[in-house]
Write a protein that binds this ligand. Structure first.
Ligand code: GLY
Length: 356
């Protein structure tokens, strides 16, 4: 009888996707090393943490909606396992999402979203402003209409990252605090030296393109700026649900945290630039205040920017690039949302050693 040997897997990249793949691969019996000089410090650290395939649906992106909905359905079990393995909260919040609008053009956009969702068999409930304020008293008088999407959830990204890191440790993942330069079958080239493995998984987000020739040109950085606002004693508490704009045609979202709210996010295609611009902060603050006026009393704890890994079709790249090299990257706006499904798919690809 042949003896089954556990795969030696090297996951390159320690964001939400890399950590999830490493954790699930280690849980399924692989010996896993995770290569990253600063685990959890990239786009995953900046993220708002929306798990919102319905609220962020877009005509022409039906495949992404299906993937997102499939992954969202996996989140409760993923979160439960994460809490059990890490001994920490998973960060999952189950309060739902409202997509709201301010002017008549915003309301027309809500109608387009509603019609699109209905055309793909997904219904949402439309409410006037008064009913929205009954659901979320923090919403201001400028909010005129909105859609209730109770199934779209959120995570506190930093709580989730801490849990993933500890769950990886609990499952024996070895952390290698190095930068990778290139990945080929059996080898991850590091800035100094290399490490060997049976299968390498590239999960480096916007930086993945330089690691393997088959990813070259398939990823581009899409910068997003966010604000982290902290509730202060005298101010109105934040909404419980995630609130998504349009506000006078501009997209904004507010994702609650235990101590305040994350306001996001701008979108710019300006290469690997993570400067936060004055105009970006001005627009985010102005739009957030239209939706929740009480935010003007909050403390500004942080302004920061991250780089989403964009692809041409906005779909992630989760595939075997060549025998022994798997890619799990290109999750664009949806790293947290798609992490459970991506990790599951990656474990399947790893099961035959990344051969197919
Ligand atoms: N998922 C929201 C964003 O990327 O800004």
């Amino acid at each position: 009888m042949s003896q089954q040997r556990s795969h030696r897997v090297a996951v390159v990249g320690g964001g939400v996707v890399g950590l999830s793949v490493a954790w699930r691969a280690a849980s399924s019996g692989s010996r896993v090393r995770l290569v990253d000089p600063a685990v959890g410090s990239g786009a995953s650290w900046v993220a708002g943490g929306m798990l919102a395939p319905i609220a962020e649906a877009w005509p022409g992106e039906e495949e992404l909606l299906t993937l997102g909905a499939d992954s969202l359905a996996r989140w409760p079990a993923f979160a439960e396992d994460l809490a059990a393995d890490s001994g920490r909260p998973s960060g999952l919040r189950r309060d739902g999402t409202l997509v709201v609008g301010v002017d008549s053009a915003d309301r027309a956009e809500l109608t387009r979203l509603e019609e699109h969702l209905s055309s793909v068999g997904r219904t949402v409930t439309r409410h006037p402003g008064r009913e929205l304020r009954r659901l979320e008293p923090a919403l201001g008088p400028a909010v005129r209409a909105g859609l209730e999407v109770p199934g779209d959830l959120a995570v506190d990204n930093r709580v989730t990252l801490a849990a993933l890191r500890d769950a990886c440790r609990a499952r024996g993942v070895e952390f290698v605090a190095e930068s990778a330069r290139a990945v080929s079958p059996g080898t991850v080239e590091l800035n100094e030296g290399s490490l060997t493995c049976d299968v390498a998984v590239i999960a480096c987000g916007a930086h993945s393109g330089s690691l393997h020739p088959k990813l070259d040109g398939r990823l581009r950085p899409v910068k997003g700026e966010i604000l982290r606002l902290r509730h202060r004693g005298s101010a109105l508490p934040p909404p419980r649900r995630t609130i998504r704009g349009p506000v006078h045609g501009r997209q904004v979202y507010l994702v609650p945290r235990d101590d305040g709210i994350v306001v996001g996010a701008t979108q710019y295609e300006v290469g690997f630039d993570t400067d936060v611009t004055a105009g970006g902060v001005r627009d985010l603050l102005a739009d957030a205040e239209q939706l929740v006026p009480g935010l003007s009393e909050y403390a500004v704890d942080e302004v920061t920017a991250g780089l989403r890994p964009g692809t041409d079709d906005n779909l992630p790249i989760v595939e075997t690039l060549e025998p022994g090299v798997v890619a799990t990257t290109g999750h664009h706006r949806n790293g947290y949302l798609l992490a459970p499904l991506t990790a599951e798919t990656a474990v399947e690809l790893l099961q035959d050693g990344g051969r197919t």
